[in-house]
Design a protein around this ligand. Structure first.
Ligand code: FES
Length: 107
Protein backbone atom coordinates (compact mmCIF):
# COMPACT_ATOMS: atom_id res chain seq x y z
CA UNK A 1 0.00 0.00 0.00
CA UNK A 2 1.37 3.38 -0.94
CA UNK A 3 -1.28 5.65 0.59
CA UNK A 4 -2.19 8.57 -1.66
CA UNK A 5 0.96 8.23 -3.77
CA UNK A 6 0.80 7.85 -7.52
CA UNK A 7 1.15 4.29 -8.73
CA UNK A 8 2.90 3.34 -11.90
CA UNK A 9 4.06 6.11 -14.24
CA UNK A 10 7.57 4.61 -14.10
CA UNK A 11 8.20 6.10 -10.67
CA UNK A 12 10.79 4.38 -8.53
CA UNK A 13 10.60 4.74 -4.78
CA UNK A 14 13.41 4.76 -2.24
CA UNK A 15 13.73 2.28 0.57
CA UNK A 16 10.72 1.98 2.85
CA UNK A 17 10.85 4.15 5.97
CA UNK A 18 8.65 3.62 9.02
CA UNK A 19 7.86 6.64 11.17
CA UNK A 20 5.00 7.94 13.31
CA UNK A 21 2.49 10.76 12.90
CA UNK A 22 0.93 11.81 16.20
CA UNK A 23 1.83 8.43 17.62
CA UNK A 24 0.38 6.37 14.77
CA UNK A 25 2.54 4.25 12.52
CA UNK A 26 3.04 5.50 8.98
CA UNK A 27 5.06 4.51 5.97
CA UNK A 28 7.15 6.65 3.67
CA UNK A 29 10.03 6.21 1.26
CA UNK A 30 13.58 7.50 1.41
CA UNK A 31 13.88 10.76 -0.47
CA UNK A 32 10.46 12.07 0.52
CA UNK A 33 10.06 15.22 2.56
CA UNK A 34 8.22 14.99 5.87
CA UNK A 35 5.34 17.03 4.43
CA UNK A 36 5.03 14.75 1.39
CA UNK A 37 5.08 11.70 3.62
CA UNK A 38 2.42 13.11 5.95
CA UNK A 39 0.18 14.22 3.07
CA UNK A 40 0.52 10.84 1.36
CA UNK A 41 -0.13 8.88 4.52
CA UNK A 42 -2.78 10.96 6.16
CA UNK A 43 -3.99 14.47 5.35
CA UNK A 44 -3.13 17.85 3.91
CA UNK A 45 -3.20 19.73 7.21
CA UNK A 46 0.24 20.06 8.77
CA UNK A 47 -0.38 22.52 11.59
CA UNK A 48 -2.99 24.81 13.17
CA UNK A 49 -2.49 28.46 13.95
CA UNK A 50 -2.93 30.04 17.37
CA UNK A 51 -6.46 30.91 16.15
CA UNK A 52 -7.13 27.23 15.32
CA UNK A 53 -6.94 27.73 11.55
CA UNK A 54 -5.53 24.85 9.50
CA UNK A 55 -2.36 25.37 7.48
CA UNK A 56 -0.46 23.18 5.06
CA UNK A 57 2.04 22.97 2.26
CA UNK A 58 2.35 26.25 0.35
CA UNK A 59 5.73 27.21 -1.12
CA UNK A 60 7.41 23.83 -0.87
CA UNK A 61 10.86 25.37 -0.67
CA UNK A 62 11.37 26.47 2.92
CA UNK A 63 10.31 30.11 2.59
CA UNK A 64 6.76 30.52 3.93
CA UNK A 65 6.89 28.43 7.16
CA UNK A 66 3.27 27.30 6.61
CA UNK A 67 4.33 23.66 6.89
CA UNK A 68 6.02 23.71 10.29
CA UNK A 69 5.58 20.60 12.38
CA UNK A 70 7.13 19.11 15.49
CA UNK A 71 9.78 16.67 14.26
CA UNK A 72 11.66 14.54 16.78
CA UNK A 73 10.57 16.98 19.47
CA UNK A 74 11.69 20.09 17.60
CA UNK A 75 8.85 22.57 16.94
CA UNK A 76 8.79 24.88 13.92
CA UNK A 77 10.57 22.38 11.70
CA UNK A 78 9.84 23.17 8.06
CA UNK A 79 8.50 19.83 6.94
CA UNK A 80 8.86 20.61 3.22
CA UNK A 81 12.66 20.77 3.47
CA UNK A 82 13.17 18.04 6.07
CA UNK A 83 13.63 14.50 4.76
CA UNK A 84 11.72 11.73 6.45
CA UNK A 85 13.86 9.06 8.11
CA UNK A 86 13.47 5.74 9.85
CA UNK A 87 11.94 6.03 13.31
CA UNK A 88 11.22 9.75 12.98
CA UNK A 89 8.55 11.10 15.31
CA UNK A 90 6.33 13.66 13.57
CA UNK A 91 3.53 15.60 15.22
CA UNK A 92 1.09 18.17 13.93
CA UNK A 93 1.89 21.53 15.50
CA UNK A 94 -0.63 23.70 17.32
CA UNK A 95 0.31 27.37 17.45
CA UNK A 96 3.94 27.91 18.39
CA UNK A 97 4.38 24.29 19.37
CA UNK A 98 4.71 22.52 22.70
CA UNK A 99 6.01 24.44 25.68
CA UNK A 100 9.41 23.29 26.82
CA UNK A 101 10.40 21.91 23.45
CA UNK A 102 13.69 22.91 21.91
CA UNK A 103 13.54 26.03 19.75
CA UNK A 104 15.91 25.25 16.92
CA UNK A 105 16.23 22.13 14.82
CA UNK A 106 19.42 20.16 15.46
CA UNK A 107 19.34 18.61 11.98
S1 FES B 1 5.71 24.94 2.52
FE1 FES B 1 6.65 26.88 2.69
S2 FES B 1 8.26 26.58 4.16
FE2 FES B 1 7.41 24.61 3.85
Amino acid sequence: MTGKRLRGHGLERGTRVDFTIDGQAARAYEGESVSAAVMAARDLGLRRTEHDQPRGYFCGMGVCFECVMVVDGVPNTRSCVTWVSEGMVVEHQDGAGPAGARDAPSH
